[in-house]
Ligand binder design. Structure first.
Ligand code: HEM
Length: 183
């Protein structure tokens, strides 16, 4: 947490960088995940997009771990006292579930690929071979978790963006601005 020139507590540069990098990666992963599953099975395009999704997903997982480590060392700034108690509670709960989703998404996706013959071909640079043997039932189960949490994540991202714009346009309490770079 940092205090700016107006005496308002705000996010550190590291927290802001992690927020936007992870946000861009998660949005890309949602779009890619939804798109690639519609590409015809057996086509080279499908293999390309699946590998891209897995590679960016593994990278996202590493950044999420780094972000959690950073957050543990740099607690977020306080919310303004003008905010009603229920809104503070709602923001804490929704942020906790958002973190849960961005942990479970790569974990379930990566675990599922352990039960295929493919593993992860990391950006074509090296292969992370599957640890398990091919098992369609376990794969479908883990991908079921991946799909359900993806739906929850999409709903929460929409709520998160709407809440951010409420702070910007209705509450005008600078909560929106304090997550912007170069504030
Ligand atoms: C933040 C990280 C991630 C997000 C947001 C994400 C998102 C998604 C979404 C939205 C889908 C489509 C789900 C559906 O239509 O049911 C999907 C499918 C998939 N994801 Fe991910 N994913 C992430 C990480 C990963 C990782 C790390 C891997 C593997 C290393 C992975 C492997 C897969 C696979 C194989 C599918 C296709 C499932 C199938 O149809 O068989 N994902 N992902």
């Amino acid at each position: 947490m940092e205090i700016n020139r107006s005496g308002i507590s705000c996010y550190t540069t590291g927290a802001i960088a992690f927020h936007w990098i992870v946000a861009i990666l998660v949005l890309t992963m949602i779009g890619l995940g939804l798109y690639m599953t519609s590409v015809p099975k057996g086509s080279p395009d499908r293999a390309f997009y699946f590998n891209l999704h897995k590679s960016i997903g593994v990278t996202t997982a590493l950044l999420v771990i780094a972000r959690l480590w950073w957050r543990a060392k740099n607690p977020p700034p306080e919310l303004p006292s003008s905010m009603p108690g229920w809104e503070i509670q709602a923001s804490k709960i929704s942020h906790a579930i958002l973190y849960m989703c961005i942990i479970v998404m790569p974990l379930s996706g990566f675990s599922a690929t352990q039960f295929t013959k493919y593993g992860v071909n990391y950006f074509g640079l090296f292969k992370i071979p599957p640890m398990g043997s091919e098992n369609k039932i376990v794969y479908d189960l883990l991908q079921g978790v991946h799909g359900v949490i993806a739906t929850l994540l999409i709903a929460l991202v929409v709520i998160h963006i709407l809440a951010a714009f409420k702070h910007l346009l209705i509450d005008r309490d600078r909560i929106f601005q304090r997550m912007l770079p170069g504030k």
